[in-house]
Design a binder for this molecule. Sequence first.
Ligand code: AHG
Ligand code: MN
Ligand code: MN
Length: 334
Amino acid sequence: MKRISLTQHLIEEQRLHNSIPASLRLLIEVVSRACKTISHAVGKGELGEVLGSAESENVQGEVQKKLDIICNDYLLQANEWGGHLAAMASEEMETIHPIPNRYPMGEYLLLFDPLDGSSNIDVNVSIGTIFSVLKAPEGMTTPTESDFLQAGTRQVAAGYAIYGPQTVLVLTTGNGVQAFTLDREMGSWVMTMQQGTIPEETKEYAINASNARHWYPPVQRYVGELLAGKTGPRGTDVTMRWVASMVADVHRILTRGGVFMYPADAREPDKPGKLRLMYEANPMSFIVEQAGGAATDGKQRILDIQPEKLHQRVAVFLGSRSEVERVTGYHREE
Ligand code: AHG
Ligand code: MN
Ligand code: MN
């Protein structure tokens, strides 16, 4: 069987859709190379002395794991010198990281969650890297935080790498979703899914149910109806999965459908959810929509949200279209 490499795919996409100029191709290849390095480090585990806590906190007050910092550094170093970027921003850094003066400045902005699913690192459960690519605004000379505050619809590319039994890179540049499996012997990304499609209907949902008592009424209603099963209003039994790595939950949904929810809740009424708009929700929403699914914050399409802060949080409902529309509808009825 003839296999297509990531490079061949990127070049052919450019010929077909004019959507991946050489500098964006370089960017995607550099990020995917860094993900290979991360996959290798993750795979070493204890032998690479990468497990455990770093005993520091990020800007969001979360305790950082050693791998959070290692992966952040890999991505920064890999992307500094190529001339494709103007600046980077990361879940693990308080402020943006402009490209140092010694390197040429490019036209793109890169945002990433270097290591998603930190609580799963030490227990050997799938984790990942999520990234989002924006164009720097016209005429920008010195990048600032406000240059990053663009709605998700402005993303020119987004993707994630999942480090599981297989390492897989999932990518969109706005013409569907493709997946590439890492051939560990060859060190190359090989296309293994040409067009991801999320089934419209599903009987599988994902939410951290330990927060149930804090949920607001629309989420209580939606999950309550699912739990009522065959004899309830939905008239069918469903099943539940929660990996606690967004990449792994989204990857399952991309593979066989489902709905993923991380709602805002009454614990901290001023906090609009746990997940981060720029590093998690936007890139995942771009991928999910390109695979035929939907993504909202309960009220509106995530990709339409105008960000106000780099580290802004957001409620997330994404996956199979019919379920996302239903739970969003329940919020709108409030
Ligand atoms: P991160 O490891 O980058 O901080 O992200 C973890 C996120 C997301 O991956 C996952 O869906 C969610 O947090 C899990 O949260 P709970 O531990 O509250 O279930
Ligand atoms: Mn994350
Ligand atoms: Mn993270």
